[in-house]
Design a protein around this ligand. Structure first.
Ligand code: FAD
Length: 557
């Protein structure tokens, strides 16, 4: 098969136009094009009102050998050649997933996977597919029960610290927009495996080819259940409401530390020589336990800021002009960045078109914002985090050592709780007032979506001064890119502190913790992923590291 990229057609092109473009690119007759499938579809909206669709297609033609010869394309190499029209042609790359190992028939101990977010799910799934019968331990509840607890905070102001937006089956990404793109380098095409497994579990098929796929919350819930069933059918086991509170570590005669199992909150101990830590960024107690047990943990940069809400129609018009509302475009998104005079960078993060702002705390007495949407993305507001990058040097006033970033988060989350009135409402301010430095008293044209509610006031005391100054500078700069972005009535809600993990649980090239053999830090909590897709990819990578180590130990025994 041949892959053609960069086929550009107007947004409303007739279906036949794509076929004609393929035929023209390859210089073949129309009846020599046996079949084609769209591998990727994106759009270029830089010229509003003249939006262009960009396709990559995989093509079957009996002329393939001729074309390869004419373009001097090596039959084996995965490289591009320029066709007559200047566009690109290559052999379709093989992106199918190949397992690296099969479990030996006799395994002394089963691998343990701690956490069932996207990372733990993929560690568990791939290990199960290779026959390793993993046991997944998840502190939260199964996804349906977890949904009730999550809504308990949003509707009744009751937080369950073990079952919420961060903790439970499916992990942090379950109540989300389900955006599935990432800028990670992925030479082994693991992202393709993640997408294929999601489609198998019930995700819309278009996620396999649109350039910025998303799933939305409702679908994610049933997909996670389907993936659980698959893992169990392959001999894996999942235990909910099982929190890992401690590690069993032994040091051998050469002074090398080895993990030997875990202790659960019930006091039960499970023996294992392979323990994957796929904890997510909010497992603060578990990070503290790892640090106390001497596992190598270091502080890492992350970002803090607010959620901003605008009418979705404003974003659609700014991005798509007269073509706003076109079904192929959907609700518009944006990505913005501004480098500030005080040396900070402010950027938009986790943008949720047509979505809602959600309460994302996992500890009592704290307020944290995030965003989610349904597949339809048809709520009236667009929301995104507007955050300022911070580094370990900024953590010093809050504590010492690798966990100081967590103390910074706790401090400002508690401040937000207090400013919101002490009942899980979030503090908020209109953008116009924020820019002028005066408290807000009344909502304008934008009604905030955050539940249980937003208490208007002054957001200046809700974050460090440098972050407030940076965001004040960035909003008018963003308005130059999206007209209306700094509109008076847009609503800011605070605080957004869980943008990524405040720590890295550093691992070596072989996937083991730097100083504890058999412990495999993975996913977002360990600092190796920053979203659903990249967490899934890291899960696959980690499953492979575990499988290869288990096989080599059995072989060496
Ligand atoms: P997590 O998903 O956080 O999973 C970790 C799991 O470990 C949790 O279920 C937790 O309960 C469990 N755990 C922790 N400690 C223990 C312990 N001691 N014992 C047992 N279990 C434990 N990303 C995107 O790419 N697109 C989006 O649209 C998107 N939207 C988001 C919206 C919201 C509201 C949130 C909160 C996040 C969103 N994200 C999104 C980020 C994304 O969810 C995370 O990047 C991703 O879930 C990280 O995966 P993970 O498996 O590494 O960790």
């Amino acid at each position: 098969m041949l892959r053609l990229t960069d086929l550009k057609l107007p947004l409303d092109h007739p279906e036949a136009a794509l076929r004609e473009a393929i035929v023209a690119r390859l210089g073949i007759a129309s009846d020599e094009l046996t079949n084609y499938t769209v591998a990727k579809r994106s759009y270029d909206a830089r010229r509003r009102g003249a939006i262009v669709l960009i396709y990559s297609v995989d093509v079957e033609t009996p002329r393939e050998a001729d074309i390869l010869r004419r373009l001097q394309l090596d039959a084996e190499a995965a490289e591009f050649a320029k066709a007559g029209d200047g566009g690109k042609v290559m052999r379709t790359p093989d992106t199918s997933y190949k397992f690296v190992a099969r479990a030996p028939s006799e395994l002394p101990l089963r691998p343990l996977v701690i956490g069932m977010g996207p990372c733990g799910l993929f560690v568990g799934l791939v290990l199960a597919q290779m026959g390793f019968r993993p046991i997944i331990l998840e502190r939260g509840k199964a996804v349906r029960e977890r949904t009730k607890d999550t809504w308990g905070l949003w509707r009744k102001k009751t937080l369950n610290p073990e079952s919420n937006v961060q903790f439970g089956e499916g992990g942090a990404g379950t109540f989300s927009d389900g955006k599935l793109w990432s800028q990670i380098s992925d030479p082994k095409h693991y992202g393709r495996k993640v997408i294929d497994e999601f489609v198998r579990a019930g995700a819309p098929e278009e996620i396999a080819y649109v350039s910025k796929p998303h799933i939305g919350t409702f679908r994610l819930v049933s997909m996670v259940e389907q993936m659980r069933a698959t893992i169990e059918s392959l001999g894996g086991e999942i235990r909910f409401s099982h929190r890992v509170d401690d590690l069993l570590i032994e040091t051998d005669g050469d002074g090398v530390r080895h993990v030997r199992g875990v202790t659960l909150d019930s006091g039960e101990q499970l023996r294992a020589d392979h323990v994957v830590m796929a904890l997510g960024h909010s497992a603060r107690d578990t990070f503290a336990m790892l640090h106390a047990r001497g596992v190598f943990v270091e502080a890492k940069p992350f970002s803090i800021g607010f959620r901003i809400e605008h009418p979705q129609s404003l974003i659609d018009t700014a991005r798509f002009g007269t073509q706003a509302g076109h079904p192929l475009l959907g609700a518009a998104d944006y990505k913005l960045v501004h480098h500030c005079r005080n040396g900070r960078s402010v950027y938009s993060f986790c943008m949720c078109p047509g979505g809602t702002v959600v309460a994302a705390a996992s500890e009592p007495g704290r307020v944290v914002t995030n965003g989610m949407s349904q597949y339809s993305r048809n709520e009236r507001n667009a929301n995104a985090a507007i955050v300022c990058g911070i580094t370990p040097e900024d953590f010093a006033p809050y504590g010492e050592g690798p966990l100081a970033g967590i103390e910074l988060q706790r401090y400002w989350e508690a401040r937000a709780f207090e400013l919101g009135g002490g009942e899980y409402e979030a503090p908020g301010q209109l953008v116009g007032d924020f820019l002028k430095g005066r408290a807000s008293g009344e909502f304008g044209t934008v009604q905030p979506s955050y539940k249980p509610g937003v208490r208007l006031g002054d957001l200046a005391p809700s974050l460090p001064e440098y972050a407030i100054a940076a965001i004040r500078e960035a909003l008018p700069a963003f308005d130059k890119q999206i007209r209306g972005f700094a509109m008076r009535d847009a609503v800011l809600t605070g605080v957004e502190t869980r943008t990524s993990s405040p720590v890295r649980i550093t691992r070596g090239e072989d996937g083991h913790s730097l100083n504890t053999r058999g412990l495999f830090p993975a996913g977002e909590g360990a600092g190796y992923a920053g979203g659903i897709l990249s967490a899934g990819v890291d899960g696959i990578r980690t499953a492979e590291a575990v499988a290869l180590d288990m096989v080599s130990r059995v072989a060496g025994a």
